[in-house]
Write a protein that binds this ligand. Structure first.
Ligand code: PLP
Length: 391
C-alpha cells in the first residue's frame, strides 16, 4: 500500500485519541456485560417524536435531493434570528453556514483560519477532538493551561504569552469537560489577546442551552469581535439530535463565502430533510430546550448532594454542560488509573481527565447521561470505590 499522507497519520498524534475507556466499555457491553456508561455527552432520551415526524414528512414530500450547500435559506434565517436575539448582534443568513454538526464546523473553522504549520491555540482542559481537528487541517495545536485552582477559567496572561505568531484561539463556554462558563472578565481578557495578536477566535458554544448558574455570553458580542469570531453551534446537545449531524458556523459574510466553497468540496451540504427537521426543532422554542436540559440540571444537583456527604473527592460545581469534573487526586491515583480500575472493578465507565489534557490530570469527567434511577447508584458506587482506593 502507498504511504498514507503525513497529515492523516498526524491527525491522531502519537498517543491514543483519548477515547480508550469508551472503546473498552463498548466492547464490554457488546460482550453482554452491564456497563454504567458515563463517558460520552449523549442524552438518555432520543430525538423528540415531533422532530422525527417533521423529518419523515420532509423526506416523503421530496426533500431528499441535493440541498443548497450553505444551508436552506429558512434554516439560515432561523439560526441567524436565534443568534440575534441571544446576543444582540445583528445577524443574517449571510453570517451562517449550516454544517453536519459542530464537529464539522470546528474542522471548517480551523481550515479557514489557519495556514499550514500555523499555531492554533486551545485551552487545556479541552474537548478530546480539538488537537486532532487542528492537526487535521495541518496546523499545530498549542494547549494553554487553565488551572483547577482558578476554577479552570482561562488565564489571559498565559494566553498572551502563547499568542505571538498564532493564527487562532479556540475557546469553549459552557465548557466540556469542566462545566465552566466564562465570566465577563475572562471573555474581555480573551478578546484583548485576540485584538493584540490579530487572532481568529473560534468559539465553541454547543452547550449554550445548558446553563445551571450565571449567564452565557457569546464573545462575538464583545466590541470589535464579530469580525474575527467564528461561532460553532449545534442542535446535538440543545435538541437531543446528536445523530442527525446538524450544526452551524456563524461568522463574517466573506469568511462564510470561503467556507461555503469548502463545504462544496467536502460535505456538499446537509440533507434537506434533516435541515427541515432542524428548522422545526428551532421553532419549538426555549421551553423545549429547557425540557431537554432539565435532566442534567437535576443530576448535577444529585451529584453535588452526594459529594456533600464525603470529603475525599471534590468538584467545582459546574455552571453549565452535561458533565461533572471530579478531583480525585486525594485517592493517589491518576485519572487514567482510576477510570481503568473503576471499569474493571465496577463496570462503570467515566472519562479520565488526562483525555482532555494535562491540566485535567488527576480528574475524572462524569457524564450526567444515565436515567436518575441508574445514575444515582452508579455514582454512589463510584464514591465507594474511591473511598476504598484512598484506604
Ligand atoms: N464541541 C464540544 C465541546 C463537544 O462536547 C461536542 C460533542 O460532544 C462537539 C463540539 C461536537 O458536537 P456535534 O458535532 O455533535 O455537534
Amino acid at each position: 500500500m502507498p504511504a498514507p499522507s503525513l497529515r492523516i497519520r498526524n491527525t491522531t498524534g502519537d498517543g491514543d485519541d483519548g477515547w480508550a475507556i469508551l472503546y473498552r466499555a463498548r466492547d464490554m457491553k457488546a460482550a453482554g456485560l452491564p456497563v454504567a456508561d458515563l463517558t460520552i455527552g449523549e442524552h438518555d432520551i432520543g430525538t423528540d417524536a415531533a422532530i422525527l415526524t417533521e423529518m419523515d414528512r420532509a423526506a416523503r414530500s421530496g426533500h431528499t435531493g441535493y440541498a443548497s450547500v450553505p444551508g436552506i435559506s429558512a434554516l439560515r434565517d432561523s439560526v441567524a434570528a436565534r443568534i440575534t436575539s441571544q446576543t444582540g448582534v445583528t445577524t443574517t443568513r449571510d453570517n451562517i453556514l449550516i454544517t453536519p454538526g459542530g464537529q464539522a464546523a470546528l474542522f471548517a473553522a480551523h481550515h479557514a483560519a489557519c495556514n499550514d504549520g500555523d499555531r492554533a491555540l486551545m485551552i487545556d482542559p479541552y474537548y478530546a477532538t480539538y488537537p486532532g481537528t487542528i492537526r487535521a487541517v495541518g496546523a499545530v495545536p498549542v494547549a494553554v493551561a487553565s488551572r483547577a485552582e482558578d476554577g479552570f477559567q482561562p488565564d489571559a496572561t498565559a494566553l498572551a504569552a502563547a499568542a505571538p505568531g498564532a493564527a487562532s484561539l479556540l475557546i469553549n463556554s459552557p465548557n466540556n469537560p469542566t462545566g465552566v462558563v466564562y465570566g465577563d472578565a475572562t471573555l474581555a481578557g480573551i478578546a484583548q489577546v485576540a485584538h493584540d495578536h490579530d487572532l481568529w477566535v473560534i468559539s465553541d458554544e454547543v452547550y449554550d442551552t445548558q446553563i445551571w448558574s450565571g449567564t452565557h455570553q457569546s464573545i462575538r458580542a464583545l466590541p470589535g469581535m464579530s469580525d474575527r469570531t467564528l461561532v460553532v453551534g449545534s442542535l446535538s446537545k440543545s435538541h437531543a439530535m446528536t445523530g442527525s449531524r446538524i450544526g452551524w458556523l456563524c461568522g463574517p459574510p466573506e469568511m462564510i463565502g470561503h467556507l461555503t466553497n469548502l463545504a462544496t468540496n467536502t460535505t456538499y451540504g446537509v440533507p434537506g430533510y434533516i435541515q427541515d427537521a432542524a428548522l422545526y426543532a428551532l421553532s419549538m422554542g426555549k421551553a423545549f430546550e429547557a425540557q431537554v436540559a432539565a435532566p442534567f440540571r437535576r443530576r448535577r444537583e444529585m451529584v453535588l448532594d452526594m459529594l456533600a456527604g464525603q470529603n475525599l473527592i471534590r468538584a467545582i460545581p459546574p455552571d453549565g454542560a452535561m458533565y461533572v469534573m471530579l478531583d480525585i487526586r486525594a485517592t493517589g491515583l491518576s485519572g487514567d488509573a482510576f477510570a481503568s480500575a473503576l471499569l474493571d472493578a465496577e463496570n462503570i465507565a467515566v472519562m479520565p481527565g488526562e483525555s482532555f489534557g494535562q491540566a485535567a490530570a488527576g480528574h475524572l469527567r462524569v457524564a450526567l447521561t444515565l436515567p436518575d434511577d441508574q445514575f444515582r447508584p452508579a455514582f454512589a458506587r463510584l464514591l465507594a470505590f474511591a473511598a476504598r482506593q484512598a484506604a
